[in-house]
Each structure stands twice: as structure tokens, then as C-alpha cells.
Design a protein around this ligand. Structure first.
Ligand code: 13P
Ligand code: SF4
Length: 357
């Protein structure tokens, strides 16, 4: 098969073209990602980076980027970067009129729920999530009928109607604290936790509260196995293994540390391991490697097809056309907001999940 160079591929599409002026204007942007993006590829990204950064100022827009965005989005056009909790906190406090969510649909819905007066855009409406697809509001109502008197803790990776039926939300960075807080408030020793079974099982190991779990899974993290982790250690002596708590519990048990995407970044910053493997989505290692060139990243990973729907071209189109606007039925939004705000009140994560203590 004939192989095309990146520049040839660009010529066959409606892609923006690069000029020497654009290259000069984006020199500082390229410097941020030079460690992970070859120079030959930069002319593909540069015109988009330039156009997006100009347009977002004109439109009083902010770009909120999840840690799984590709490096040219994450480091070159986003105004705020973080894990699910940090993005929700920022959506609640930003003063910009327009939020472009560089992440998946449930994140955009959370932004809209927290800032209903703002225009929230997502570049691709199909950027979903296997966890969000695993449960409906009707499922939560049935759970409440089956287990009356127990609070429902719902991961933010869910649709607005699921959040509306729940008592409090959580993210992977505050799940233990949220579970303990709501159990204390309700005076119960058991909570229902939806929809991520593995997050629920991992949290259950860190608290005395009993947890009834739903059987949803993240299609990215469920693919890692404990055998994979043993293989990474064998092939890379001395490697430190950091795993996301959406991984199955036997994977987390083999890891040195488990926590949200931002907790993993924090671990690398605090401990500066010589070699590390991030057992999570592929863009994480690229994004973190930019800030820690002294750390060797071993890179087995799984791609999230939903996160990868967000591209520079999509973000630019979104700003140009003000599409796709994410809306939430106000009657659902008001109840979903109560669950998200109840979570935000729990405040800073009390503890991240740790496998090795
Ligand atoms: P956090 O960034 O909150 O750890 O979530 C990971 C994830 O899979 C988001 O979809
Ligand atoms: Fe959903 Fe997993 Fe993709 Fe996150 S990584 S958006 S949890 S499928």
C-alpha cells in the first residue's frame, strides 16, 4: 500500500495550511510539546493552534481539557487542564461566557449543570463513555426501590438524569471521602455506588463502609490485567506502576499506587521515579512526559476512542460555528446540580487510593 506523508495527507483534505508567519507565531507553543511531537508534524498542528487561540479570545471562550487529550490540545490551546473533579470545579468558577469541553459528553453536561447561564460546546457529540452508557435514571430508581434507605453515590461518568436520581456524585479522586461523608450524614453503614463496579470494589478496600456496586466498566481500563502488570515489571526492572482505580481490583493490587489521572501526575511530580508506567489512557504519558523529561515513561496503554474524537480541527469548528451546544433539561439539571454540588462540598480529596501502603 502506498504510504502518505503527513504533509501529503494534509494536502488531500480541507486542512488549514501553514505559513512561515504561523510557524513563527506558534514557536512558543511548539516549545511546550517539542519533547513529544516531532518537528516535522508541527506544521499540521500550528495553523489550528494559532486560529483557536485567536478565536477563543474574540469569543470570550475557555477550553477545559481533560488529562486524556492529545498533547497539542492539552498543552497548546487549553486554558485549564485536569481530572474530572478539577474540570467540574473550574466549570463552576470560570467567568468566560463560552466553555469548550475538550473531553467527553458527560463532562460537558456537568459543566452545563454547574454553569447553566453559559454556552457549553462539545466538538463531537459522539464523544461518549462506556460507563455513562451502562446505566439510566430508571435503573437508579429501581436500585432505590430494591435498597430503600441507602444513599446512591454516582460517579460523574454518567448522564444528567442518572446524576439527578442520585444523592451525591463522586470522581475517582474523592470517592472514598464522598462515600464516608454520605454514610455519616445518613447514619448508614452501606451505600449504593454506580456505575463503575471496579471503582466501587477498589473504594470498598479503603473504607469500612459496605458498598453495593453496579456492573458498569470503563472500556479502556477493564482491558488491563494483573498479568500485564507483572509483565511490565519483568521487562522493565525497577519500574514504578501507577494504575487508575477504574482498573480491575487485581490490577490495582499489583500497582505501587492508584489514583485519579491528576493524582498520578502528582505522584510523578512528588516522587520523580526513574521509570514509570501509567496504567491508563495513552495520552497521559505524553502529557506528563512534557513536564518531566528526566523520567522514563514505559508506554503500554489503551486508547479511549471517545476522548480521541476531540481534535484541534473539531475544536476550531466548534468555536467558528458555536456547535455542538450541550443542553440539559432544566428540571433534570436542578436535581443533578444538587448531587454534583453535594460532592463539591466534600472538598479536597481526603485520600487517594493507594495499593501499597
Ligand atoms: P479522572 O481524570 O477523574 O481520573 O477520570 C478518568 C476518566 O476515565 C475520565 O473519563
Ligand atoms: Fe469513559 Fe473510560 Fe473513556 Fe474515561 S477512559 S471516557 S471512563 S470509556
Amino acid at each position: 500500500m502506498l504510504r502518505m506523508s503527513i504533509m501529503e495527507l494534509v494536502m488531500t483534505t480541507d486542512a488549514l495550511t501553514c505559513t512561515p508567519e504561523i510557524l513563527a507565531a506558534t514557536q512558543a507553543d511548539y516549545a511546550k510539546v517539542a519533547h513529544v511531537i516531532p518537528q516535522v508534524e508541527w506544521p499540521v498542528h500550528a495553523p489550528y493552534v494559532h486560529a483557536i487561540n485567536t478565536l477563543k479570545r474574540e469569543k470570550n471562550a475557555v477550553i477545559l481539557a481533560h488529562n486524556y487529550m492529545t498533547p497539542e490540545i492539552f498543552h497548546c490551546v487549553s486554558d485549564f487542564r485536569g481530572d474530572s473533579l478539577q474540570l467540574a470545579q473550574e466549570a463552576a468558577r470560570t467567568e468566560a461566557q463560552v466553555i469548550v469541553q475538550a473531553g467527553v459528553h458527560f463532562m460537558a453536561e456537568t459543566s452545563k449543570i454547574l454553569s447553566p447561564e453559559k454556552t457549553v460546546l462539545i466538538p463531537d457529540l459522539k464523544a461518549g463513555c462506556s460507563l455513562a452508557a451502562s446505566i439510566t435514571g430508571a435503573d437508579v430508581r429501581l436500585l432505590k426501590q430494591k435498597y430503600p434507605g441507602l444513599p446512591v453515590v454516582t460517579y460523574v461518568n454518567t448522564t444528567a438524569d442518572v446524576k439527578a436520581e442520585s444523592d451525591v456524585c463522586c470522581t475517582s479522586s474523592n470517592a472514598v471521602a464522598v462515600v464516608e461523608d454520605i454514610a455519616r450524614e445518613w447514619g448508614v453503614d452501606t451505600v449504593i455506588m454506580t456505575p463503575d463496579e471496579y471503582l466501587a470494589l477498589n473504594v470498598a478496600k479503603k473504607t469500612k463502609i459496605k458498598i453495593i456496586a453496579w456492573k458498569g466498566h470503563c472500556e479502556v481500563h477493564e482491558r488491563f490485567t494483573a498479568e500485564d502488570i507483572r509483565g511490565y515489571r519483568e521487562a522493565n526492572p525497577g519500574v514504578v506502576v501507577l494504575a487508575h482505580p477504574e482498573c480491575p481490583p487485581d490490577v490495582v493490587a499489583e500497582a505501587d499506587f492508584a489514583g485519579s489521572t491528576s493524582a498520578m501526575i502528582g505522584y510523578v511530580g512528588d516522587h520523580r521515579p526513574g521509570r514509570v508506567v501509567l496504567v491508563t489512557e495513552c495520552s497521559m504519558s505524553d502529557n506528563v512526559a512534557v513536564n518531566f523529561p528526566d523520567v522514563e515513561f514505559i508506554r503500554p496503554c489503551n486508547l479511549c476512542p471517545h476522548m480521541k474524537r476531540i481534535t484541534l480541527a473539531g475544536i476550531l469548528k466548534s468555536l467558528q460555528t458555536m456547535q455542538h451546544e450541550v443542553t440539559v433539561d432544566p428540571a433534570i439539571a436542578v436535581r443533578a446540580k444538587a448531587s454534583v454540588e453535594r460532592m463539591l462540598k466534600v472538598g479536597k480529596p481526603k485520600a487517594v487510593l493507594q495499593a501499597a501502603e
